[in-house]
Design a protein around this ligand. Structure first.
Ligand SMILES: Cc1ncc(COP(=O)(O)O)c(C=O)c1O
Length: 442
């Protein structure tokens, strides 16, 4: 049997260091919400492969569908030969996520590819080139997606970046739909209107792309009135509203899409991660008349909508329906939120608890001063949690946010045990014996 250290050493010898590593954890097998490392040690998984495993690791029905499809058709290329799994998946997607009276879909392999294709669709549909995105946004690692991404650590040395991308501040607000939300929305919508005079002309803007809950950006939730205003402005100006649901989608917020919490329907949306139950697949959904303005041959790719990945996605969605995963997510989220909020009353370093449904996070700052993000503290907490058998990851421009993306099928006792490990570790580093060891942690 190989050891964890041996596998990490082998990795370091042959894998490019540009492929980041956020933990020393290894993975050999996984089931439900538990990953077992190469030494046979189980870890409760609060990361879900970064939001991919909403339906749980190796769900038996998903695995059976993969096996069955793999024995029938592994690949044909959808541009060359039409196969049932691709069409059936698009039928299912447009049925559960309608974008107006007629909706169409196209399939690719990753979140970044879905984002790239959504911009290509918006540009062709409008005949315009500019795209507006947001601070804190993350849209992937291909060149255009990297350009749309905000955090500098993800793009250092990777330029020159794609032209015609303009960034505005994300409307950060802890209030979802109350007076503070209305106030932030009014200010940020005025800023957007002003940007049409001082940054980019509205008639040149093809699309505005936004995450309604920023994933890598730290689980910031867009206020409801802001998104309603964005919809109005896009309608007025003929701009495509693209909602990036790659991390929020497929049950994470307690709905198929986060946009269902807002009384707004996007023109285009992007989906990946938990859609495939662990296999790489993604899609763009859009209003039919927009999707049909696109020239044949300008979208897609050799592997886009691979039959096995389509079968996995179909089985995943069916399983999510039978497990009523959206309702489960709401309950799971309520448990996490209650424990995070209770903890925050006794740990001054926790300056914010936020999120939507089961997409929840805690933000840390030195001595409770929001101006001093505590990324070093978060790194130590996460490392210690991994040693104690809980795999959890950070988020945020300053890495000072601990986020939970646990499989939604997590058993109650596993969830409570994972939360206890996290709480005990946080207490230890903020008011317990480990506190002294975090001096100079920045
Ligand atoms: C909101 C969002 N969009 C796009 C992406 C890129 O997805 P992928 O890593 O599959 O390319 C991510 C990945 O974390 C994401 O969170």
């Amino acid at each position: 049997m190989t050891s964890n250290q041996n596998l990490i050493d082998r990795r370091d010898r042959v894998v490019c260091r540009g492929v980041g590593r956020v933990s020393d954890v290894t993975a050999s097998t996984a089931s439900g919400a538990v990953i077992t490392d190469v030494e046979g040690r189980p870890l409760i998984d609060f990361a879900g492969g970064i939001g991919v495993m909403n339906v749980g690791h190796c769900d038996p029905e998903v695995v059976a569908a993969i096996r069955e499809q793999a024995g029938m058709l592994l690949h044909a290329c959808f541009h060359v030969a039409t196969y049932e799994a691709y069409v059936a998946l698009c039928e299912k997607l447009v049925a559960i996520l309608p974008h107006g009276p007629s909706t169409k879909a196209m399939l690719v392999n990753s979140g970044a590819e879905a984002v790239e294709n959504s911009i290509k669709i918006a540009r062709q549909a409008t005949g315009r080139s500019a795209v507006i995105c947001f601070t804190g946004g993350f849209h992937g690692r291909t060149l255009l997606a990297t350009t749309l991404t905000s955090k500098i650590n993800y793009k250092i040395g990777c330029g020159p970046f794609a032209p015609e991308v303009y960034r505005l501040p994300y409307p950060e607000c802890s209030d979802f739909d109350g007076p503070a939300a209305a106030c932030v929305a009014a200010g940020e919508l005025a800023r957007l209107r002003a940007a049409f005079g001082n940054t980019v002309a509205a008639e040149n803007v093809a699309a505005i792309i936004i995450e309604l809950v920023q994933g890598e950006g730290g689980f910031n939730v867009a206020p409801k009135p802001y998104v309603a205003g964005l919809r109005e402005i896009c309608d007025e100006q003929g701009i495509m509203l693209i909602i990036d649901e790659v991390q929020t989608g497929f049950g994470r917020t307690g709905r198929w899409g986060a946009f269902e919490h807002y009384s707004v329907v996007p023109d285009l949306s992007t989906w990946a991660k938990s859609m495939g139950g662990g296999l790489p697949i993604s899609c763009v959904l859009g209003r039919g008349e927009i999707m049909d303005r696109v020239t044949p041959g300008t979208l897609g790719g050799t592997f886009g909508g691979n039959p096995v990945a389509c079968a996995a996605a179909l089985a995943t969605i069916k399983r999510m329906e039978s497990l009523r995963l959206n309702e489960v997510a709401a309950q799971c989220g309520a448990t996490i939120r209650a424990r995070f909020e209770a903890l925050s009353t006794s740990v001054p370093e926790i300056v914010n608890v936020r999120g939507l449904g089961a997409m929840l996070a805690m933000e840390f700052a030195e001595e409770g001063d929001p101006g001093r993000p505590a990324g070093g503290l978060v790194r130590q907490i996460i490392r210690t949690c991994c040693e104690k058998g809980l795999l959890v990851i950070s988020a945020g421009i300053d890495g000072n946010v601990i986020r939970v993306l646990a499989p939604l099928v997590i058993a109650n006792d596993e969830l409570e045990r994972g939360l206890s490990i996290l709480e005990d570790t946080i207490r230890d580093y903020t008011c317990g014996p480990a506190k002294a060891g975090v001096k100079g942690r920045k």
